[in-house]
Design a protein around this ligand. Structure first.
Ligand SMILES: [Fe+2]
Length: 556
């Protein structure tokens, strides 16, 4: 008996791509993309396996004689079986032959989303703490090179008040105190609250501290956990968020992140999007954002890097000092890494050496940032911190139409260093969509000769764009087509990433999509350390531990 099937060719095509890609999960680069593409086309054109997105169409009992939506193909049950067998046979032969190839994936997931508008100022997401002059916008960041200090910052709205932090290792028992500084600034006619920064140092590693800021009935108490001592097998979990803003999508991202159990945020720029406003509202939206993220920033360090929305060059309002609001509000421990500027610096935390760069400060040869990075890279000790991670705002490899090639200037200057020093991962934001690359480089290209296209390079970093925090500008949903060979996975949805460093050799990575209020792990990879996991170690690790660590998870 014959049966009719209606093919959703898009879904079928993507399912086949996904199937092929999963099957090649151990790969480092799509060596056989052309063949995979050919096979995909052939399968879509000639077969209709139910497993690949085929759905029965009972409304079509007979062969169609009129037009219908999409291609219709007639198959008998025996025909389906034969084609399935044929597919399995082709797949077996194909996988046996190619072994080490992979196609990139463009996710076709279509999500519903909240509108890209900021949450109203009177929403409880921005609630002002009770009490006269109560500290608000509390946030902490690492305060030194190795994680034995924090910088605690907060704002008092009405008067300066004390800049003192009381702290201790038991709740309500504050045996110690530290004195900070206070300052305010103006932006157009807006006058900021009193912004306090207090360095609390001499802390013990791997210890929970409780702290209190403010006075009397208006004082507020929080806690944080210091990281383990810097050593190569220290396990630690980072979250990665970018381009967050203050919409309902931003709130969804933040709440999902807080469920993750990650211990520190690596923030890849574009914080509040206050520069989308004018006049006094710019400062007001910086304040609301500070209150919005306090639920996380008061309890764990956020490692800050700047994006274009922090520049705030607004001559029409008489504001021409770049990064004015950001620099007053968000401190960084830049002097601990011998940097001359808070916009670029480095920290070591657990088993990671994290380098923060500014996409919007001079970085060409001989500039302060260029000279600092050259020195800082020589200070990286992979025997102590195996994981070398770089944060920037404008991505170097990204195939979205939005901001296409805006990172190219930095690529031309720094890419050869990234490859030489075997950087593990480079996280960026800016593009409001997710994308992960293969390990590729384009360091042999120059204006006279050399390859003009990125090539597989085992020493190169993986480039990850996580600019999908959820700000008011909305998603960047248009990708360049076809997906370039360097692109491993891309999807235009809001979300955040987590990087679980397990030891000196491997780390689990997830990108988590906000899916109608649910957190869905959508892209997952096992990363092998670029310094410790030699090819031999990679093979052994893969064989013994990682082959199906998480249901076909890819490994690099
Ligand atoms: Fe940006």
């Amino acid at each position: 008996m014959s049966k009719w099937y209606k093919i959703d060719s898009n879904r079928t095509s993507n399912a086949i791509t996904f199937f092929l890609s999963c099957a090649f999960s151990s790969s480092t680069f799509p060596a056989n993309l052309r063949f995979a593409s050919y096979l995909k086309s052939a399968l879509v054109a000639s077969t209709v396996p139910r497993a690949f997105g085929l759905s029965p169409s009972p409304s079509l009992p007979n062969p169609p004689t009129t037009k219908v939506d999409g291609p219709i193909i007639m198959l008998g049950t025996s025909g389906v079986r034969a084609l399935l067998f044929q597919l399995l046979l082709i797949s077996f032969v194909f996988f046996s032959l190619v072994g080490n190839g992979s196609a990139g994936i463009t996710s076709s997931f279509i999500r519903s989303e909240w509108p890209s508008i900021d949450i109203p100022l009177d929403n409880e997401a921005f609630a002002v703490p009770k009490g006269h002059n109560a500290p608000q916008q509390v946030h902490i960041t690492q305060g030194d090179y190795d994680g034995k200090a924090v910088i605690i910052s907060w704002v008092t709205p009405d008067e300066p008040g004390p800049s003192k932090v009381q702290y201790g290792m038991a709740e309500n028992q504050y045996k110690f105190s530290a004195e900070g500084t206070v300052a305010n600034y103006t932006f157009y006619n807006y006058k900021s609250g009193y912004i306090h920064h207090c360095l609390v140092d001499g802390l013990k590693h791997n210890t929970k501290y409780y702290y209190k800021v403010g006075m009397g009935d208006s004082s507020r108490e929080f806690w944080f956990q210091t990281p383990p001592e810097v050593q190569p097998d220290a396990s630690y979990t980072f979250g990665i968020i970018g381009d967050l803003g203050q919409t309902y999508n931003s709130l969804s991202t933040l709440e999902h992140y807080m469920q993750s159990g990650a211990q520190t945020i690596l923030f890849v720029g574009d914080l509040s999007y206050a520069d989308r406003y004018q006049y006094n509202d710019v400062g007001i939206r910086w304040d609301s954002w500070g209150r919005f993220v306090e639920r996380s920033t008061a309890y764990q360090p956020w490692i800050w890097s700047v994006g274009n929305h922090e520049i705030e060059y607004m001559p029409e309002m008489g504001e021409v000092v770049p990064f004015k609001s950001y620099l007053h509000r968000y401190a960084t421990p830049y002097m601990s890494s011998r940097s001359s500027n808070p916009l670029w610096y480095a920290i070591r935390r657990a088993s990671a050496h994290i380098i923060v760069l500014s996409s919007y400060s001079p970085f060409v040869k001989y500039t302060p940032q260029w000279r600092w990075l050259r020195e800082e890279l020589t200070r990286v000790d992979r025997e102590k911190t195996p994981w070398l991670i770089v944060l920037i705002h404008a991505p170097i490899y990204n195939s979205n139409e939005a901001h296409y090639m805006e990172g190219e200037a930095m690529r031309a200057v720094f890419e050869s260093w990234f490859v030489h020093y075997k950087v593990d991962l480079i996280f960026a934001g800016h593009v409001h969509a997710y994308e992960r690359s293969y390990r590729i480089s384009n360091i042999h290209y120059n204006v006279s000769s050399g390859d003009r296209y990125p090539v597989p390079d085992k020493s190169a970093p993986v480039y990850i764009t996580v600019g999908d925090g959820g700000n008011q500008e909305g998603l960047a949903s248009r990708y360049r087509d076809p997906q370039p060979d360097y692109s491993a996975f891309r999807e235009a949805s809001y979300g955040h990433s987590t990087l679980e460093i397990k030891n000196r050799t491997h780390a689990f990575y997830h990108w988590n999509r906000n899916d109608d209020g649910e957190k869905v792990a959508t892209d997952k990879v096992v990363f092998h350390n670029q310094y410790w996991a030699s090819n031999m170690q990679r093979r052994r690790l893969k064989k013994n531990h990682l082959r199906n660590a998480d249901g076909g998870i890819a490994s690099y």
